[in-house]
Design a binder for this molecule. Structure first.
Ligand code: PLP
Length: 399
């Protein structure tokens, strides 16, 4: 395009568009698309486990009898039967939900964006763990908050650090990943969940509980969600991306009605409503018990993949390297001695045809230089063994 046209587009951009950055991570990860590279980088579920046949059957069954409604516009709030199903499902975990508290979204990513739109003013302090989910940072950066951080250990967020941040000044909300954190793989213990709620009460703030992985638990017992401890202060996010398929783009928000009404208005402006077709299909899979059976199957398959990765790391990684042992989810987090820069290490890994995500990507400003994230769900056991061997060799050379 001629320069003068480019100029006019550029000078017409809103000020906030300047906050949108090209993702370095996308550039870095381009290499992972080559078939010879064993990539532990993406956050993808395993496509070979997708319930394709079940989805096909649901389409065949539903279209002749429901075609006229499932291809039509629908309510912004979402399909009433599905909302009812979800409310009943989470009530089993002690979450006091009714359908009126639920909004279906285009994945949890849209939920994060809508929360940004509705709640974040420029300069608001948002308390996050460092590292945290990269997509939340991307969604919220546009609204100009200041991210304030606290650390994590094997028991999840370090609540003393969270309190220190809260003492320093008001926080709009705390963004917490209760189960099998992305990227860290850790789970917040029950005691710390209670403490978070106490802190929210003491410092009069709110909690966003983002839980895409909770159902993918491979050992131990389900823990009570934070929202069950104090529903008045918590917005809970969940998604079908990891339990069914991400391509469906279906997630949901559970929130107090007074907050949800504004979020619904924001969603109306964004996309009117989430795809009716997809909601009918997923509702059918939920009502006929297919989702439940599929999640049980995934738990077994992903557990095997996690175990293979952990065993291979044990065999191949030098002893100075530490990593988390996730009880579920898709990721684990590796910490190397301070002197190692994993962004540079990534370049070396590329030469050995293996990939991970360097940890800096999950920090809002800086940090995580000597860390990286590994995904275990998307690689079959044999490839995982080979990839971890390559990585182990590289780490031994490096250290
Ligand atoms: C913590 C967390 N929140 C939200 C999302 C977005 O998921 P969805 O596919 O539902 O938009 C992801 C996806 O990886 C995630 O890890």
């Amino acid at each position: 395009m001629e320069k003068r046209y480019e100029e006019i587009w550029k000078s017409s951009l809103a000020k906030r568009a300047g906050r949108l950055k090209r993702s370095i991570i996308r550039e870095l990860l381009k290499v992972t698309q080559f078939p010879e590279v064993i990539s532990f980088a993406g956050g993808l579920p395993a496509p070979e486990f997708f319930p394709t046949r079940e989805i096909e059957e649901a389409c065949r069954y539903l279209l002749p009898i429901k075609g006229k409604v499932m291809l039509q516009y629908g309510p912004t709030e979402g399909l009433p039967e599905l909302k009812k199903f979800l409310a009943k499902k989470v009530r089993k975990y002690g979450v006091p939900a009714v359908p009126e508290n639920i909004l279906l979204t285009c994945g949890s990513q849209q939920a994060l964006d809508l929360l940004g739109k509705v709640f974040i003013n420029e300069g608001d302090r948002i308390l996050i763990t460092a590292p945290t989910y990269l997509g939340a940072l991307q969604a919220w950066r546009l609204y100009g908050p200041e991210f304030v951080t606290c650390g994590m250990d094997d028991d999840g967020v370090i609540v003393e650090e969270a309190e220190k941040v809260l003492k320093e000044g008001p926080v709009k909300f705390m963004y917490m990943l209760p189960n099998f954190h992305n990227p860290a793989g850790v789970t917040i213990t029950s005691e710390r969940r209670e403490k978070l709620v106490e802190l929210a009460e003491k410092y009069d703030t709110l909690i966003v509980e983002d839980d895409p992985y909770g159902e993918l638990r491979y050992e131990g017992k389900d823990l009570t969600p934070i929202i069950s401890l104090k529903k008045e202060r918590v917005i809970y996010l969940a998604t079908f991306s990891k339990t069914l398929t991400p391509g469906l783009r279906l997630g949901w928000i559970l929130a107090p009605e007074c907050a949800l009404s504004k979020i619904i208005q924001a969603k109306q402006g964004a996309d009117l409503h989430t795809g009716t077709f997809v909601q009918y299909i997923v509702n059918d899979l939920c009502q006929r018990g297919i989702l439940k059976a599929h999640v049980e199957k995934l738990r077994k398959l992903y557990k095997e993949r996690r175990d293979v990765m952990l065993e291979s790391m044990e065999e191949n990684f030098p002893k100075e390297v530490k990593w988390t042992h996730p009880k579920g989810g898709l990721f684990l987090w590796v910490t190397l001695p301070n002197k190692v820069d994993t962004k540079k290490l990534f370049e070396e890994a590329k030469k050995k045809k293996v990939a991970f995500v360097p940890g800096f990507a999950f920090y809002p400003y800086e940090g995580g230089k000597n860390t990286f994230r590994l995904n275990f769900s998307n690689t079959p056991p044999d490839k995982t063994r080979e990839g971890i061997k390559r990585l182990g060799k590289l780490l031994k050379e490096e250290l």
